[in-house]
Design a protein around this ligand. Sequence first.
Ligand code: NAP
Length: 320
Amino acid sequence: MKAILVREFGGPEVLKLEDVPTPKPAAGQALVRIHAAGVNPYDTYMRAGAYAQKPKLPYTPGSDGAGVIDAVGEGVKKVKPGDRVYTAQTLSGAYAEYTLVLEEHVHSLPATIDFRQGAGIWVPYGTAYHALYHAANAHASETVLVHGASGGVGSAAVQIAHAMGLTVFGTAGTPKGLELAKREGAHQVFDHRKAGYQEEILRATGNRGVDIILEMLANVNLPHDTKLLANHGRVIVIGNRGEVTINPRELMARRASIRAFTLWGITPTEEADVHAGLIAGLENGTLRPVVGKELPLAEAARAHKEILEPGAAGKVVLIC
Ligand code: NAP
């Protein structure tokens, strides 16, 4: 089969398309014929060797894929050959024509969701769902600011929060991203490249502040976020690319908090919650993964370069 291999940590150019043996599922595993693989920012940090988890070299990147079950190992009951599925973590990497997955990490893909969309479920929607339900304990009567609403996690968060009944504010850095955030359910949108946009957000709440901020770039925004919160507000740190200084007094005055997580630390109970909620939302049409860019598997290096550039518009996926 064809697969992307990383033989050394480095820039996007270390992602090489190679011919490798097709794996065989052992007991408790399924082999999935991957039709599309989701590209997530963490894939780029891992490839650079800069992520907390360092895979053993060589490795094939990718946790998020969608396709059809090709074969199952002994004892597998949840899926059978021919089933349409999405993956949430893989054993052998999703940037490939076939990938091995533990039975518990493969989930039924609703008939209305195509493979390209299915490649954008686990990390973006799982993160957005976990952030709103588990980390923020969001309530329908609250206001959420999705700080970075044009990308994979942000567009998912806008759809989920809208469906939960929250008042949703979203930010983006381009007209296309602002349009996307509005279309996917943000009640008001703000340009995070425009000077003074934070004051516009505060005014839009009648100077009360927002209850929840889902933060995609904490190292840039956290000091301002603490001033945008309402009493008992919560910032949920999802994305961060550096260090930052804040004034804790802003939190004290509001009895506010900053919470943070990585999706990898999710408990089995939370994970079951996430998939049940997401599959229901995908089936009833409230959740509709937005594919912004699709590239052939061979262009994984280009995908890794472009996902870190400004101007997000939904998910970047590789067609395998
Ligand atoms: P993405 O699709 O590349 O989107 C990046 C988003 O960040 C875009 O909406 C972009 O907006 C926005 N952004 C750029 N500059 C910003 C600024 N100054 N203020 C606010 N937002 C800004 O990435 P993603 O998949 O959504 O992931 C977002 C971040 O969360 C990444 O850093 C990723 O590593 C992290 N993440 C963490 C977890 C976790 O477990 N904690 C899980 C998934 C993702 P424009 O392009 O429109 O400017």
